[in-house]
Design a protein around this ligand. Structure first.
Ligand SMILES: [Zn+2]
Ligand SMILES: [Zn+2]
Length: 245
């Protein structure tokens, strides 16, 4: 399955900002002929979140693959979540969520790769928006001023045009899955993960909750922690009937 066929794509973008300059590189046309998001434009390193990887891990991996730089987890700050509705040339749509991180510390000199060429520091007042993705000029300046935002936009075929206004709202505290790193989860499940001595509350997405062993499929609810260790479903214990959907 390629990205174009998915109904929901998840990606990361990393803004490398140092001394009032931002590092951007050129994403060349992909050799496979299959269009990649952001190609033929200036962009920060980034790309699709792979299976089994959370946004933070992807935000460390992509810059190392694309620009040969190493970023420590603690130096990545989440600054925006972008929701794009992409309209394809046949009129069908797919959604893409982009988690945007900022870092001002990294190891190594940025180097070109097959995926990104010409790494260049641009003055923050002189960003080449005309050769960037169409929503960038609307949300990026806010983030560079220190705002944390959620932005929504609709993009035309090939992500070349904006079909709607970019709607921007402040990013309040969001709930993130503490197991897989998925961000801005709704609904979020509070799991009592046992560490042998007792249990500590862990925020989880539904998928991680179901895989955790402390979530009851029958009653669709997380377990409670037992005083002596371990967890159990209070409904199963009390013999309540299954939840019917
Ligand atoms: Zn999760
Ligand atoms: Zn139960």
């Amino acid at each position: 399955m390629n990205c174009e066929e998915k109904t929901l794509g998840k990606a990361v973008l990393v803004l490398l900002v140092r001394e009032d300059k931002i590092l951007l590189a050129w994403k060349p046309k992909s050799e496979s002929g299959k269009r990649k998001i952001g190609e033929e434009s200036w962009n920060g390193p980034g790309g699709g979140i792979e299976e089994g990887e959370g946004p933070l891990i992807a935000a460390i991996r992509e810059p190392s693959e694309e620009l040969k730089i190493k970023i420590n987890r603690a130096d990545l700050q989440r600054v925006a979540i972008l929701h794009f509705q992409n309209v394809k040339s046949d009129g069908s749509k797919f959604l893409c969520v982009v988690y945007v991180f900022m870092a001002s510390n990294w190891e190594g000199e940025p180097q070109a790769s097959k995926e990104m060429t010409d790494p260049t520091f641009f003055e923050i007042g002189n960003i080449p928006f005309d050769e960037m993705m169409p929503a960038d000029r609307h949300w990026l300046p806010l983030v560079l001023r220190g705002e944390k935002i959620i932005a929504e936009a609709t993009l035309g075929p090939g992500q070349k045009t904006l079909l709607s206004e970019v709607v921007i709202r402040p990013m309040k505290r969001t709930m993130d899955c503490e197991i897989c790193g998925e961000m801005d989860i709704n609904p979020i499940v509070i799991l009592p993960i046992s560490n042998g001595k007792g249990a500590y509350n862990t925020l989880a997405c539904e998928k991680c909750a179901r895989e955790s062993g402390c979530y009851c499929e029958k009653h669709k609810r997380p377990h409670i922690a037992l005083a002596g260790g371990g967890t159990r479903c209070v409904c199963c214990y009390e013999g309540l009937p299954e939840v019917r959907e």
